[in-house]
Design a protein around this ligand. Structure first.
Ligand code: ATP
Ligand code: MG
Length: 423
């Protein structure tokens, strides 16, 4: 029978001579604790030798970054705990390298929050790095991270994906997936040679509507974008739209749920109740969406002061054309040439008019807009006049509605390559 160690001790304790044996054997053999102590010293010595040998390869600034990151990680982890699976924590050096030290050649654009750079990560992934020019006194670390948490906790195919963030000293950076076809303003405002046919434009309109429906109604929190406009709509390689900068509006100080003391938005897209009284609700986004739909259909900017006065503000011009049964003139002539289903375009313009209703409460919800666009509900209402200032232009400035379409510069004059939307 095999005797267990404790059994052996029990037997020996029973006899005084055996007890002496135990003591003598203990003093002649080193204890386990001593082995452990010696082992630790040997490992420490090896580490010191390695440190001495490789000291010239160790960059003190990298150590500083490393320690800074490890200090911040617990804060970030704490705040982002629910979403760690969706977000990466980038260190500043990685993003500096990816964007070639934020080189001008990599500059994609510059917005209200700072410049955006194209970056290539070590795993070859292309990213758009937004360098926020945030004043530390206004934007505290926890607020920045809380914001990132909101953005990463929502995902939809029509929203730009935030891949990660970086918070290092005063630097705040957001890392987004890079979208190959950049932003819609480049196409709509003619900064690019690309031409999108009606089918592609309709897919873009519908995609934006679905993204907004998710933000307003379907995500676990109610999110108002506040800055829906062509430059915040990004297009992937198949020209599917993704709304960018959602939630970023919350970076503004004194963010409030309804009455907003700080205006955040872009002139020309802003709902009247929000611009004048600071009343903020989803309906402000819906108004901006209405303006954007008109821009996509007509391929022009919402405000263009170089045009005759009646044509300068797009919703006003669209309404006047509607009243004169001339809505056809609003449509980008290139999509007319391409052979559009006129009924579909008119339908989309009508939906835009509903979004531009002067009273916020009378504008449809985003889910209703999606249903209208996909013809799941029939439109029975007639649109109301959008809000705009009546002009008392000088007599000689007045132009006849017969000649008005000739005054609009025709995009047909440019030889643009055409893009056929692949379904
Ligand atoms: N994820 C991205 N992929 C590709 N290009 C991007 C991406 N994000 C931004 N851009 C480009 O960078 C430009 C600047 O973007 P940014 O959002 O900072 O400014 P903006 O949209 O013009 O103004 P705002 O600050 O009001 O949103 C965009 O117009 C777009 O062309
Ligand atoms: Mg933007």
């Amino acid at each position: 029978m095999r005797v267990m160690p404790y059994e052996r001790t029990m037997i020996r304790v029973a006899s005084p001579s055996a007890s002496l044996d135990v003591q003598s054997s203990k003093s002649s053999q080193p204890s386990g604790g001593l082995y452990f102590f010696l082992g630790a010293i040997v490992i420490l010595l090896i580490l010191l030798i390695l440190l001495f040998v490789f000291r010239k390869f160790i960059n003190p600034s990298k150590w500083k970054t490393f320690f800074a990151c490890t200090r911040k990680q617990p804060v970030a982890k704490d705040i982002l705990s629910r979403n760690l699976h969706t977000i990466s924590w980038f260190d500043f050096q990685t993003l500096k390298k990816a964007t070639k030290n934020f080189h001008q050649d990599n500059l994609l654009g510059r917005g209200g929050f700072g410049p955006v750079f194209l970056g290539k990560l070590e795993d070859e992934r292309l990213v758009a790095v937004k360098k926020l020019s945030v004043d530390k006194s206004q934007q505290r670390e926890s607020e920045f991270l809380a914001e990132v948490r909101i953005i990463t906790s929502i995902q939809h195919k029509n929203l730009v994906r935030l891949l990660g963030c970086c918070s290092d000293g005063d630097q705040r950076l957001l890392v987004y997936e890079y979208l190959k076809n950049r932003s819609l303003d480049l196409i709509v405002y003619g900064k690019s040679d690309l031409f999108l046919n009606w089918s592609a434009r309709f897919q873009i309109i519908l995609g934006i509507a679905r993204g907004l429906q998710y933000l307003h109604e379907d995500s676990h929190m109610r999110i108002i974008h506040r800055d829906i406009k062509a430059s915040n709509i990004l297009l992937d390689d198949k020209f599917q739209p993704r709304i960018g900068d959602f939630g970023l509006a919350r970076f503004f100080p004194e963010d409030q749920a309804y009455l907003s003391t700080n205006f955040a938005g872009t002139l020309g897209y802003t709902a009247p109740e929000y611009a004048i009284r600071g009343e903020l609700s989803e309906k402000a986004d819906i108004y901006s969406f209405g303006v954007l739909v008109l821009e996509i259909i007509s391929c022009r900017k919402n405000t263009n002061l170089t045009l005759p006065s009646e044509m300068q503000y797009l919703p006003e011009y669209a309404w006047k054309l509607y009243k004169h049964s001339r809505l056809n003139d609003l449509i980008d002539p290139r999509i007319r040439e391409d052979g559009i289903v006129e009924k579909e375009v008119m339908h989309a313009i009508h939906v835009a008019f509903f979004c531009l209703h002067p009273q916020a409460s009378s504008r449809p919800a985003m889910s209703e807009i999606v249903a209208m666009l996909t013809c799941k509900v029939e439109i029975v209402q007639t649109p109301s006049r959008p809000i705009f200032l009546e002009r008392k232009g000088k007599k000689d400035e007045k132009i006849s509605w017969d000649s008005i379409s000739e005054a609009l510069p025709s995009p047909l004059k440019s030889d643009s390559p055409s893009y056929q939307h692949s379904k």
